[in-house]
Design a protein around this ligand. Structure first.
Ligand code: FO1
Length: 316
C-alpha cells in the first residue's frame, strides 16, 4: 500500500500516552485523513457535570492546549472554582480547572438538550480549531469498573485518581458493554480505514473498553486496513500510569509478545521501544524497534513519521 494524502487513518486512543501520538499524526497528516476513536469508559458525573477525561485529553492535545506536565487539563488553567468548593468543605480530589469546567458545562448542557456525545464532541473540538474528527466509540453508557483486593469494586476515577491506582486489581470489567453500540460514524470510519493504529494507551484501561463495544473487535479483525499497535511500554514498564502494575496484577506479560496476544491477532505489526528490543517476539508479526518515548513535540512528530513510513513498508 502506498501511503499518501489519500490514506485514511483511524487511531484508537485512550488518554495521555495515545494522545501524544495523535498529536504527532495530526502534524504529518491532512486533517481529513485522521479520525480518532476515543475512550468514554473513564467518563463520570461530578458536581452534576458530565466529565469525559480521555476525550478531553485528546481534544486539548490536538488543539495544543493540554497541560504538558500532566497531559490532561488545560495548560495555565486556574483553580478558583475548586478553591471555592474547598471553602465549603468539599474534598476537591478530582482537579477540574476553571477553563476545563467550561468544557464540562457546555457538554453537559448540550447532552441535556438531547445531543449525542458524538455531536457534542465534534462541536467542541471544531470550536477549538481542530479539523480532524474525534469520535466517542459509543454514545451509550460504558463504565470501566475495577475489582480491587483492598476496596472491593471501584469506578475508574476512584481507582485511578482518588486511590492513585495503588489498590491491587483482581478484575477489570466494562459496565453496560453488552448494551453499548458503536456509533454509525465509528462503523464508517473503521470500514473506510486504510490504516488502523492502536495508540500507546493503557491496553486494559483505555483500549480494552473500546474493544468491549460489541462489533469493534469483529470490525478490526475483518478489516481491509492494516492494523498496527504502538507499545505503551518502555523497558518493560509503563511510561506513566498503572499499565505495567495492572497487567502484572492481571497476570499478563508486559512484553511485545504479551501485547500481541492481548490484541489477539488484531495486529499486523507492532512498534516497540529500543529498550525492549531483546524481549520475546511473535515470529509472524513484524516489529519496528525505535524510540517510542515522546517527551517533546519533535519526539511525537518523529515517531508518527517513522510509524507511517514503516506501515507503508510492511503492506504489500
Ligand atoms: N488525573 C489525575 O491523576 N488527577 C486528577 O486530578 C485529574 C483530573 C482530571 C481532570 C480533567 C481531565 O480531563 C482529566 C483528569 N485526570 C486527572 C486524568 C484522568 O484521570 C484520566 O482519566 C486519565 O488520564 C486516564 O485516562
Amino acid at each position: 500500500m502506498v501511503l499518501d494524502t489519500n490514506t485514511r487513518v483511524v487511531a484508537l486512543v485512550g488518554g495521555v500516552g495515545g494522545a501524544k501520538l495523535v498529536y504527532g499524526l495530526s502534524t504529518i497528516l491532512q486533517p481529513d485523513q485522521l479520525t480518532v476513536i476515543g475512550n468514554v469508559a473513564d467518563d463520570f458525573e461530578l458536581y452534576g457535570l458530565h466529565i469525559s477525561p480521555d476525550l478531553d485529553t485528546v481534544m486539548y492535545t490536538m488543539a495544543g492546549l493540554a497541560n504538558p506536565t500532566t497531559g490532561w487539563g488545560i495548560e495555565g488553567d486556574t483553580w478558583h472554582v475548586l478553591e471555592m468548593l474547598q471553602c465549603y468543605g468539599e474534598d476537591a480530589w478530582f482537579r477540574l480547572g476553571d477553563r476545563d469546567l467550561g468544557t464540562h458545562i457546555l457538554r453537559t448542557q448540550w447532552l441535556r438538550q438531547g445531543h449525542t456525545l458524538t455531536v457534542v464532541t465534534q462541536r467542541l473540538i471544531s470550536s477549538l480549531g481542530v479539523k480532524s474528527r474525534l469520535l466517542p466509540v459509543t454514545d451509550d453508557p460504558l463504565v470501566t469498573m475495577i475489582d480491587t483486593v483492598e476496596h472491593g469494586t471501584l469506578a475508574f476515577q476512584d481507582y485511578f485518581v482518588r486511590h492513585r491506582w495503588q489498590p491491587t486489581v483482581k478484575h477489570v470489567w466494562f459496565k453496560h458493554a453488552d448494551q453499548a453500540h458503536m456509533t454509525e460514524s465509528v462503523k464508517t470510519a473503521l470500514h473506510d480505514a486504510d490504516v488502523i493504529l492502536v495508540c500507546p494507551s493503557n491496553p486494559v484501561l483505555s483500549i480494552a473498553p473500546l474493544l468491549a463495544v460489541p462489533g469493534m473487535r469483529e470490525m478490526i479483525e475483518k478489516r481491509r486496513a492494516v492494523c498496527v499497535g504502538v507499545s505503551p511500554f518502555v523497558g518493560g514498564n509503563a511510561v506513566k500510569g498503572p499499565a505495567a502494575k495492572l497487567m502484572q496484577e492481571l497476570g499478563m506479560a508486559i512484553t511485545p509478545r504479551g501485547l500481541i496476544d492481548f490484541y489477539a491477532g488484531g495486529l499486523d505489526g507492532l512498534v516497540i521501544d529500543v529498550s525492549d528490543r531483546d524481549q520475546p517476539l511473535h515470529a509472524d508479526v513484524p516489529v519496528l524497534v525505535t524510540r517510542t518515548l515522546m517527551q517533546t513535540s519533535e519526539d511525537k512528530v518523529r515517531l508518527a513519521r517513522e510509524l507511517f513510513k514503516w506501515v507503508g513498508s510492511i503492506t504489500t
